[in-house]
Write a protein that binds this ligand. Structure first.
Ligand SMILES: [Zn+2]
Length: 298
């Protein structure tokens, strides 16, 4: 199988892959409760493996995955209170939004400085962070030559000609478990699914997990790969048409962009809200109370 993972490629292979198709994929996720049947890193494992499959099929290079993502605060804490509950250890690899999104800016800087024509940023972790990712990329695109597109992987999970019309995204249920099963079979263990839903939440397991299937997962991966290939082509064409200047080149460029363009808008990001629509505050005695309130970083 052709190697597309940046960290596992020799310099001559990277140069060849870049010359053939100057597209870079970034994959985001974290270690987070995904039921007793999935390994913790599902979100990143999934996004990275889909990006690798897309690059193998359509060209491009896949950057090292980022296993640290937004959790433990605001609406994420409220979600965890319900879906994870009072566990002694959540095994999360969480960072706050201002850390995650500044890292994304540095990743985009690397892409622009290297001269990539297009970058596709895929988050396998949801909540509203993916809408903030789109907001962030809209804010910084005018200052970046590389053509950018950010998405949650489920946006690409649209059935093709053989689809069942019911893909989309979920949390550790039919969709995510099927995808991980197809991509990394050693990271899914159906024998760990509890016999009944009594005593839920079961470490944030999706209640329809018993409908998961490796073959459905394989079909979903194929759908996402096809979608991503078309998106990469679209971005490359946009670059060819406009020939933008690569301009986010230095660390100082990133810091100035962050201070002048991103930080003034940060408090509007959905990940920066204490509560999402229809949520209630985290009770004081909960293990999720500690980081719930979002500090003002605007
Ligand atoms: Zn997930």
């Amino acid at each position: 199988m052709r190697e597309v993972r940046w960290e596992r490629m020799f310099p001559d292979e990277l140069e060849q892959a870049f010359a053939a198709c100057p597209v870079v994929y970034f994959a985001y996720g974290l270690c987070e409760p995904h039921g007793p049947q999935n390994t913790l890193g599902l979100d990143s494992l999934k996004a990275h493996a889909i990006a690798c499959a897309a690059a193998r099929a359509h060209g491009g290079i896949v950057a090292p995955p980022d296993y640290w993502h937004i959790h433990e605060l605001g609406g994420y804490a409220v979600w965890a209170e319900r879906a994870v509950g009072q566990v002694p250890r959540s095994w999360l690899t969480a960072v706050p939004p201002w850390v995650h999104f500044k890292n994304v800016c540095y990743h985009v800087r690397a892409a622009d400085a290297l001269g990539f024509h297009a970058a596709i940023l895929i988050t396998g972790h949801y909540g509203p962070n993916w809408r903030d990712l789109k907001t962030l990329l809209d804010l910084i695109q005018p200052h970046v030559g590389t053509r950018l597109y950010g998405l949650p992987d489920f946006e690409a999970n649209v059935p093709g000609f053989d689809g069942d019309g019911a893909s989309g995204g979920d949390h550790a249920g039919r969709v995510e478990t099927s995808l991980l099963w197809a991509l990394h079979p050693e990271c899914v263990d159906r024998s760990r699914v509890p016999a009944s839903d009594g005593g839920a939440p079961h470490f944030a397991m999706g209640s329809n997990v018993r409908e998961a299937s490796r073959r459905i997962g394989e079909r979903m991966v194929a759908d996402e790969v096809r979608w991503l290939g078309a998106k990469a082509r679209e971005l490359l064409d946009a670059y060819e048409r406009t020939r933008p200047r690569h301009q986010l080149l230095t660390f100082e460029d990133v810091e100035v962009l962050w201070e002048t363009v991103v930080r003034p808008r940060l408090k509007e990001f959905e990940s920066m809200q204490d509560l999402w629509p229809n949520q209630q505050p985290v009770p004081e005695g909960s293990v999720w109370h500690r980081n719930w309130r979002v500090p003002n970083r605007g």
